[in-house]
Design a protein around this ligand. Structure first.
Ligand code: FES
Ligand SMILES: [Fe+2]
Length: 451
């Protein structure tokens, strides 16, 4: 008999007071504002940059760009990961132009200076010809603070930054429950979008748009009856703002709405999900709302014995509900019990009206599970090795829901250019949008939430 246990609870985050200021269109179009953001915000925050599992062996490296900066993450002999600016310290030539690779030494293609994976210069031609002395052992790649958490590599371009754990605040404990470091990627898509990066983050900081953009709701629609997998009623949605600047939103898994036919029979995919957890869809005929608690109980009871070992550590709601986080400044993620939907926007190197947008899906790896992984791009075989795809907007689908969001992003950016736009008028349920913009201003004006 299993020990009786108290499931972990979702503790509230502290209340925040919002200043509520105007957000004009120029914040999304001005090069001057983008430069201020880069100098005072992007270079002072922890950024999720890469995945540890992509760097399995010493010498493995991955390059990621953030605005005008290009950054290398490199696996070390002692298994740690270091980050460096992708710049040769001889005369500034970028060291690599590829996305990833593995090296014994990084050899610059200009004059063959060679740097070890730990950043030390190991070879320079004609080393005795330098009036400052032999640069080997003296000159190093410029290192960037780098830490790992949840299987991801994080960097901070501020040499005096606080530690990652302090920066992440309550996110650290929330995410430690899922063993995310063991999860594997099943979708990896990157696209350049013709909009400012904040257009993307604003959108993922509110669920007000969901009925209209994703559920075809109109002014005539009864919004608590629109068809969808989650309950979008803001009165039943939980919003939390952390002191550190990150946001959380929890929407109940609204399995009731739209999950039945006219006679009340449970429809797919809910019917299959119930069977997977030894529940009979016929038992819920006319009572689709009852499936939420029943699924929670079944997963709690059966999960661990089926290899879902992290189920013991997560709260009931996590089995069914949408936990959505936005990590300041550029990372939005929905965390499900077995799926991690990763959305990230990075600034374009020079143009404030473009950004780089990543859409990834990770899934848990329960021992013995063979069912395909369901992602926002459909089912993917569990043993699939998924390649990272990089493309231009419109060339390929990012998944139906995200395509619907992108169509709005592109149009909204054109509105921000108009002299007719007088600035936003936000609802309470969009308070995470206000908070984000206030924080950007705090960074620009030297009032950082964490020193
Ligand atoms: S700039 Fe790299 S070796 Fe000269
Ligand atoms: Fe959306």
């Amino acid at each position: 008999m299993a020990e009786s246990r108290v499931p972990p609870e979702i503790s509230p985050w502290p209340k925040q007071t919002l200043r509520g200021h105007n957000i004009p269109g120029s914040r999304y179009t001005s090069k001057e504002f983008a430069d201020q953001e880069f100098e005072n915000m992007w270079t002072k925050v922890w950024l999720l940059l890469g995945r540890e599992s992509e760097l399995p062996n010493p010498g493995d490296w991955q390059r990621e760009d953030v605005g005008p900066e290009s950054i290398l993450m490199v696996r070390q002999k002692d298994d740690s990961v270091k980050a460096f600016y992708n710049i040769c310290q001889h005369r500034g030539n970028p060291l690599v132009s590829e996305e990833k690779g593995s090296v014994k030494r990084f050899v610059c293609r200009y004059h063959s200076w060679a740097f070890m994976p730990d950043g030390e210069l190991n070879f320079a031609p004609d080393a005795d010809d330098f009036p400052g002395g032999n640069p080997c052992g003296k000159v190093r790649l410029a290192e960037i603070p780098c830490e790992t958490f949840a299987g991801f590599v994080w960097i901070n371009m501020d040499p005096d930054c606080v530690g990652l754990k302090e920066y992440l605040g309550p996110i650290w404990d929330d995410w430690s429950r899922y063993d995310l470091e063991t999860w594997k990627r099943y979708v990896g898509k990157t696209v350049t979008l013709p909009c400012n990066w904040k257009v993307v983050l604003d959108n993922f900081n509110e669920s007000y748009h969901v009925p209209t953009v994703h559920m075809a709701a109109t002014p005539e629609t009864k919004r608590n009856r629109v068809i969808g997998g989650v309950n979008t009623n803001y009165r039943e949605t939980r919003f939390d703002l952390a002191d550190e600047g990150h946001n959380r939103m929890i929407m109940q898994g609204g399995f009731g709405v739209g999950s039945t036919d006219k006679e009340g029979n449970i429809q797919e995919p809910l019917a299959s999900l119930l069977r997977q957890w030894e529940l009979d869809p016929d038992d819920f005929k006319g009572n689709p709302e009852g499936t939420r608690t029943a699924l929670q109980e079944a997963k709690r009871r059966l999960g661990a014995s089926r290899g879902y070992t992290h189920y013991d550590k997560i709260p009931e709601e996590q089995f069914t509900d949408a936990f959505h986080y936005t990590l300041f400044p550029n990372f939005a993620v929905s965390v499900w019990a077995d799926g991690f939907h990763f959305l990230r926007a990075r600034p374009h190197p020079t143009d404030p009206e473009q950004c780089i947008f990543d859409n990834w899906w990770y899934a848990s790896q329960p021992a013995g599970e063979t069912a395909p992984v369901s992602t926002m791009c459909g089912d993917v075989p569990r043993d699939a090795e998924v390649e990272h795809e990089v493309f231009e907007v419109g060339e390929k689908s990012m998944g139906k829901t995200i395509d619907e969001d992108i169509a709005v992003f592109v149009r909204q950016q054109t509105g921000f250019r108009s002299r007719g736009f007088k600035g936003v008028y936000l609802s309470n349920q969009e308070s995470r949008v206000s908070r984000y913009h206030e924080l950007i201003d705090d960074y620009i004006e030297g009032r950082r939430p964490l020193k």
